[in-house]
Design a protein around this ligand. Sequence first.
Ligand code: GH3
Ligand code: MG
Ligand code: MG
Length: 611
Amino acid sequence: MLIVDPENHVIVDANPVAAELIGAPKEQIVGSECSRFICRPEHGKCAVTDLGETVVNAERVLQRADGGNRWVMQTVVPVSLHGKGRLLESYVDITERKLSEDVLSKNYNELQETMQRLEHSKNMLQLIIESVPARVFWKDSDLRYLGCNTLFARDAGFSHPEQLLGKDDFSMGWNEQAELYRTEDRRVMESRRPKINIPEPQTTPTGAKIWLNTSKVPLQMPNGEVFGILGVYEDITERRLGEEALQNANAQLQVLVAQVEERNRTMTLANEMADILQACQISEEAYKAIGHFMPRLFPDDAGALYILNNSRNLFETVASWGQTPSAISVFAPDECWSVRRGRVHKVVDPQETLRCPHVAESVPGDYLCVPLIAQGETLGVLHLRPGPPAEAITPELAAVKDQLALTVAEDLALALANLRLRETLRSQAIRDSLTGLFNRRYLEETMEREINRVKRQGIPLGVIMMDLDHFKQYNDTFGHSAGDALLSALGILLKSHIRGEDIACRYGGEEFLLILPGASMEIALERAESLRLAVKEMHLHYAGLKSSTLSLGVAVYPDHGDNGLQLIQSADAALYRAKNAGRDRVVAAEYPEDTNTVALPASSLHQVKVS
Ligand code: GH3
Ligand code: MG
Ligand code: MG
């Protein structure tokens, strides 16, 4: 405490505490101006209080005698001492408090700065993590999320990373995988070793199917203590889908290649079949070839080839393959829809499409009928029925097969039509159109061949030359058409009276010739006689006409010649004798050394037998 004279601001008294605070003896203090020791801090000047002014708890700087400063709290009260106006000034040392206040404020400021730096770092870290083109997250040692980037948060079904904090995989809805993740996370933390590239398919809480390639790294303090786990995963869904698409494309390509190979195989086979069919001489040969190729062209199918017969009233099976063909072996043209409509008839579902009457009701399932049409004429029907499928057949494959059936049917139709034409031409060249017997040209070609054959075999060969009696008269009486009818009927009769190896031909107008390989004179005479009788009794389907009679001459190899010409001349000479002897009879040729003619009237057959 100081007592100050307010008029000149001189200290007039000081107590011991004041002396101690100022750091000088009372004697030095008393008489000094106040301003020497007391300053207002804001002005740095002497703190002088005007007379009468009361100051309460003002902060001042006290300048000590040794030059050091102390913070003080000043209170000034005017008092009257010994009749004089004085100021009683008290000072409390607040230096310690002031100093601690400064430290606090400095510390606070520093803290503020640190906080700002931390916030900045945090923002930078988040920015960096957001820039990573992958899902990033980190968890504490209890496997609760400490942070993540937005990509990860979105996969987890949140809009902002903050929303994940404190959650774990179980509370986030990764139900299927949470248990798996926990095991994996713990293994990584315990082993303290990163685990990289764990490809795994998964369903996100939002329901999307994704493929992830995950890496997990244990988070460690400098002292090695593991405090959590850092996970980075890449969404490889697109890559995976791409790979899958590639695999699918590959599989499709393989199917295509297989189809192309199969098509090549069948086309080669079909070409080979067409080649063979070209080389076939007669229809029967062709049917055999078809029966050989079809099971190879349609290995999974049963089937049959039907051909329209000569009378054009029935389709008959000429070849069949696979398991029992479901259709009956013969049917009328109006029993197949493919024939009636002139195009393919395919039955996939028998409930939906009309079945052909020729396909037995008892055999269910699908089938295909393809008409064989050449030059506008239906020759036959190709019928195909798929066997029990080994595996489901694709619509593309079914279409390929149908197309193959069409192609094959076209090939067959063309080949069979060609064969038929060739057969007709050949027949026209070697056969007589009225009687259907071989013509004279064919006879001359064949005669030498037949003689050579019997020569090799050491057997005889009979020749019967025959001529209708008074045929000119017959024509004149009944008309030329009636004559034709008789010739035609004789042709049919001759064909029915000969055996397989015999040859019957129309030698001229109403002259016929039979070649009978192996027949001796005795047998040839017998056959001639039987013919003579048959012709006589022949019924003509022509306005109630009667038949005519026949004269026959018989010669035999080797007795009457060793070549065709000689044999025919001998038989002709015998025929001439038969005519001369009164017609309607059989006459054997003369033996060179024996000039007698053996005439056999109708009534003397028994004589032939005994001779
Ligand atoms: P012969 O008993 O002596 O044999 O007397 P013919 O009248 O049968 O003998 P001819 O040789 O005088 O007459 C044969 C007749 O056969 C003459 C001809 O008009 C007839 N003719 C030949 N070819 C045919 C034919 O294709 N059709 C018909 N209708 N008649 C034919
Ligand atoms: Mg005649
Ligand atoms: Mg004649």
